[in-house]
Design a protein around this ligand. Structure first.
Ligand code: C5P
Length: 300
């Protein structure tokens, strides 16, 4: 039997998010840039004789077979045969229902972890296939770092990881349902579309100001209608010195990009007067979340 393993499971933000149209399968055709940040859950995996057991330190996440991390283990063993069982413990740090892929990153960590603990040695391609079955954001969470995602989110082009961003993230005290936000999306109501080519050119040059200027999320057109507070947070971040601020995914989290850590820290301090969940974060680097060493997820 393999050894116990602790895996860092980082959150993601969407630096741009564009929707090209609705697909026959009911999903939306996306063009989005996803980027892992230094806010992470920790997944503790313990091999055991048989079965799948789940523990979690948060009452906000389902504690049963509908949990995406549980489903990841279940899909993994069903497809590849049981070599043993697994106990999964999730230390939840990423806000739930926030547009940060909290559930998806836990599921990705479980796929990567079981593959390693039990030495299945599955290829990245097979892991990504299982990930796509679990959810649209899971393949990116398996791949890690930064990537352009198309299709449902599963067609991934990795981006160079040279860019390092200083970020302030605000999670307002309400949640949004991804399915609801997508179902209310209307192309005609979008005021601003991202220029993906311009964004990628800025990324290629490592030009943080130009990266920030080109950040746009078309789903804001829905989420701000449901919760106008999202627009208020964007404005506050910009007034406090962010180069730009946008919503992540289907929301409601909003993040601002700052030129320097110091300015970001000051802005975070001020925002804590209004919001209880404010995170001073940056681009994710493997192992930099809490200094623990026994970590496999999230490529450097
Ligand atoms: O794939 P996942 O289960 O994470 O998606 C949650 C919901 O988000 C889907 O049920 C769908 O309504 C919506 N969605 C979409 N188009 C995408 C991704 C998600 O419509 N590309």
């Amino acid at each position: 039997m393999g050894k116990r393993m602790i895996i860092e499971a980082p959150a993601k933000i969407n630096l741009i998010l564009d929707i090209k149209g609705k697909r026959p399968d009911g999903y939306h055709e996306l063009e989005t840039v996803m980027h892992q940040i230094s806010l992470a859950d920790r997944i503790i995996l313990n091999p055991c004789a048989s079965g799948i057991k789940l523990g979690i330190n948060s009452g906000l996440v389902p504690y049963n077979e509908s949990n995406l991390a549980y489903r990841a283990a279940s899909v993994f063993f069903q497809k590849n045969g049981f070599k043993g069982g697994i106990e999964i413990f999730i230390e939840k740090n990423i806000p739930v229902g926030a547009g940060l892929a909290g559930g998806s990153t836990d599921a990705a960590a479980v796929l990567l972890g079981i593959n390693e603990i039990y030495e299945y040695n599955l290829s990245e391609e097979l892991l990504l296939e299982m990930a796509a079955e679990l959810g649209s954001d899971v393949p990116f969470c398996v791949l890690g770092s930064s990537a352009l995602a198309r299709g449902r989110g599963e067609i991934l082009t990795p981006l160079p990881s040279a860019v390092f961003l200083e970020i302030v993230l605000v999670k307002p005290d309400f949640q949004l349902s991804t399915a609801e936000v997508y179902s209310k999306f209307e192309l005609a109501k979008v005021e601003q579309f991202p220029d993906t080519r311009a964004f990628l050119a800025a990324w290629g040059r490592g030009d943080v100001e130009d990266i920030a200027v080109n950040m746009v999320n078309v789903l804001e057109s829905v989420s701000i209608r449901i919760h106008p507070e999202i627009a208020v947070i964007k404005e506050r971040l910009k007034e406090l010195g962010a180069l730009n601020a946008v919503m992540s995914g289907s929301g409601p989290s909003v993040f601002g990009i700052f030129k320097e850590r110091k300015g970001a820290a000051q802005a975070a301090e001020t925002l804590r007067k209004w919001y209880s969940e404010v995170y001073l974060v940056s681009s994710y680097k493997r192992g930099d979340y809490d200094g623990k060493k026994e970590i496999i997820a999230g490529r450097p």
